[in-house]
Design a binder for this molecule. Structure first.
Ligand code: ADP
Ligand code: MG
Length: 247
């Protein structure tokens, strides 16, 4: 069997002896979108916190391989250096600052050396264009809608060369048109070879953009199937635990 770019095997995570993840597997290839589905509290965010370094090595059991190599990270920055970035439901931009300031926050030196404002402005414009945003990088975050802020976060992750983007319930507070814009960006990134783990309760979105659907129930890995073989009802059935009759 050929090896996937990312392989998470038998991931176990406990909180004070309580198992939030009980042996979950997830595989991902370049340009693939895999959705993670499960009811609230099933363990989706926890699995992605393991992948993104929020729970670093030593805080979970199981094996993760990236490009066939053991993937063990010491934290979020380390995961970002390896090309894995997470975007949380609660956006992390600093509202009082501009887009440009947010894009380079904390990374002015490590990534961009001695760039001056003009260079950063140009770089920011290119980063924004990649996610379809056309406003000035000097625009304050306060002036952006939630959907636009989400795109700025994605631009920031891509600026750090993310090749696996984790979107944890990105559309839960977006309007229908903002959602459409986001899904189009995910599809565009996919065509550029960027992979995505997509967490959403909105199963129409899941089926629209996913290659694979991985279902977790109470920390158990119920299965991963090709999205083309699934209906929304099939996913719900896997999520809540009734037997599938047709698969
Ligand atoms: P989901 O994202 O699928 O809604 P989570 O991964 O956030 O679920 O949570 C999975 C389980 O782990 C839940 O029972 C939740 O209460 C528990 N959990 C998550 N984070 C913590 C934490 N930091 N401390 C203790 N329990 C946690
Ligand atoms: Mg969650």
């Amino acid at each position: 069997m050929s090896q996937a770019m990312l392989e998470m095997r038998d991931i176990i995570k406990e909180f004070s002896g309580v198992r939030a993840l009980n042996g979950v597997d997830l595989c991902l290839n370049p340009g693939e979108v895999v959705s993670l589905c499960g009811e609230n509290g099933s363990g989706k965010s926890t699995l992605m916190k393991v992948l993104s370094g929020i729970y670093p090595k030593g805080e979970y059991q199981g094996e993760i391989k990236l490009d066939g190599q053991t993937y063990e990270v010491s934290g979020i920055k380390d995961a970002e250096r390896k090309g894995i970035a997470i975007i949380h439901q609660e956006l992390a931009l600093i509202k009082e600052l501009t887009i440009l300031e947010n894009l380079f926050l904390g990374d002015e030196i490590s990534q961009f050396g001695v760039l001056n404002h003009t260079q950063m402005y140009k770089k920011a414009q290119t980063m924004l264009e990649r996610v379809g945003l056309t406003m000035s990088p000097d625009t304050p975050i306060l002036e952006l809608g939630v959907g636009q802020q989400q795109l700025v976060e994605i631009a920031k992750a891509l600026g750090k060369n993310a090749r696996i983007l984790i979107l944890d319930e990105p559309t839960s507070s977006l309007t229908e048109s903002e959602t459409e814009v986001l899904l189009n960006i995910v599809m565009q990134l996919k065509s550029e070879g960027v992979s995505c783990v997509y967490i959403s309760h909105k199963l129409n979105e899941v089926l629209a953009i996913s290659d694979g659907v991985c279902v977790i129930r109470d920390g158990d890995h119920i299965g991963t199937r090709s999205a083309a073989d699934l209906t929304q009802d099939d996913i719900i059935t896997m999520m809540v635990g009734r037997e599938l009759t047709e698969l």
